[in-house]
Design a protein around this ligand. Structure first.
Ligand SMILES: [Zn+2]
Length: 196
């Protein structure tokens, strides 16, 4: 995906497109700026991309019939150009927009809060990839039986020194890692007992 997103031919072709908002959005960005925006977006993990998209949506403004997305200082793109420039499909944008409208959380991410959250998401992703068992036929990942969420929080703070509170930690876990769970019983103990 990243390779295609950064393809020079694709970016050149993109610059020849046109939009309907009368602001000629496809000509607002240079070749290298488009490449940079795509790279910053597509080198992130899926959950971070979702978070970035949420921020773009929260920062967008409506101008007449068009929703304008701010992609860098002083540059706003209509949704057609925004989607094409970042190479996002329309459906993804709709789904994330709906999740903000109907979700319990439409957090106004301040810059510092956002930095910490991104760091936490990356850390949790790495942590879960090293410490979980994935059940076949399931998207859920399980941390070992007896793991305490509070210990995971302490380990995060110890390793990163991030200034993130417990409540943010747990809400990010709940929002971005609903599939990351703690094994509820010790299979080993269970087997031993059933043999007795
Ligand atoms: Zn436009």
């Amino acid at each position: 995906m990243l390779g295609r997103a950064l393809s020079a031919i694709e970016i050149r072709n993109l610059q020849k497109c046109s939009c309907k908002c009368n602001h000629d959005c496809f000509n607002k960005l240079s070749f290298s700026k488009i490449r940079e925006l795509r790279k910053n977006f597509w080198t992130q993990s899926k959950s971070v991309r979702k978070l970035l998209l949420k921020q773009y949506i929260l920062n967008s403004v409506t101008e007449g019939r068009f929703k304008m997305f701010s992609v860098c200082s002083n540059t706003k793109l209509c949704s057609k150009a925004f989607l094409a420039v970042l190479r996002i499909n329309k459906n993804t944008l709709t789904v994330v927009t709906k999740s903000l409208e109907y979700g319990h959380h439409a957090p106004q991410l301040t810059k510092s809060r956002c930095q910490g959250t991104l760091q936490l998401i990356s850390w949790l992703e790495e942590f879960s990839s090293y410490n979980t068992d994935r059940m076949p036929d399931s998207l859920e990942c399980f941390l070992p039986y007896g793991t305490k969420k509070m210990d995971v929080f302490n380990q995060f703070i110890f390793e990163t020194n991030a200034s993130i509170g417990k409540s943010t930690f747990f809400s990010v876990w709940g929002e971005y890692f609903p599939h990351l769970k703690i094994k509820q019983e010790s299979t080993y103990t269970f087997k031993v007992q059933s043999l007795l």
